[in-house]
Design a protein around this ligand. Sequence first.
Ligand code: ZN
Length: 256
Amino acid sequence: MARTAIISDIHSNLHALSAVMEDAWAMKCTDVVCLGDIVGYNAYPRECLDYIRELNCPVVKGNHDEEVVSPSLIRMNPVARQAMDWTREQLDEDRLNWLGRLQYRRFVKPDYGMSYSIVHASLDQPKAWNYIFNDRDSSTHFKQQTTQLCFHGHSHSPRIFYHGGGFIGENTDLLSELEAEGYAEFQPHPELKYLINVGSVGQPRDADPRACYVIYDTELSLIIFKRVSYNIEEAQHAVRAAGLPDYLAERLARGC
Ligand code: ZN
């Protein structure tokens, strides 16, 4: 058994992170990979950062991780900005330095199977934080993908793009299954490249409020998407108690 839990966009939601990790250990995951945006939006930036840091696992930097360390004028709505300023106050220098040192893209070599790529947004311009919403967006990314598999996050929606023989497509059937069953698995075709969005742990935006993550079984060459229910009311309560914008609490229940 060689199972890695691949998680992204935790966004300081400790309730969701705890539920996902409990599920991952129960699913016999032995390793974790984190695709960034550990902080931002919700009420537990310190706790989520410390949890991931203690795992000592491969992590790449997300746009919120970058923004909290080096404030810029990049596009960010006022609500996200307010949460960002609050988040910065919660993190000491040591934690900010740890976030600042994260790389934008990495290769991960599992004990079994081939290396794969990880990035928060896209491999072609990882610091530009481009969103990949459709085939056209993914085509520039695929030009830079040298591994068969690349896992990413950023849009907070689970998706599977594939590329091969001059053809780019998206597997949407699997995601309907995920929505209905809370579980969906597939085996990558050896002749295709895949860009896999693992969804968001702490702020899903695909109208399903359950936390989302992926398990990659490198021995069986199997990719499993999972949805995990968690205590949304408690996470909302924590957001409000921290004085963060009410909208950030509300959206957790709507999954948007
Ligand atoms: Zn994010």
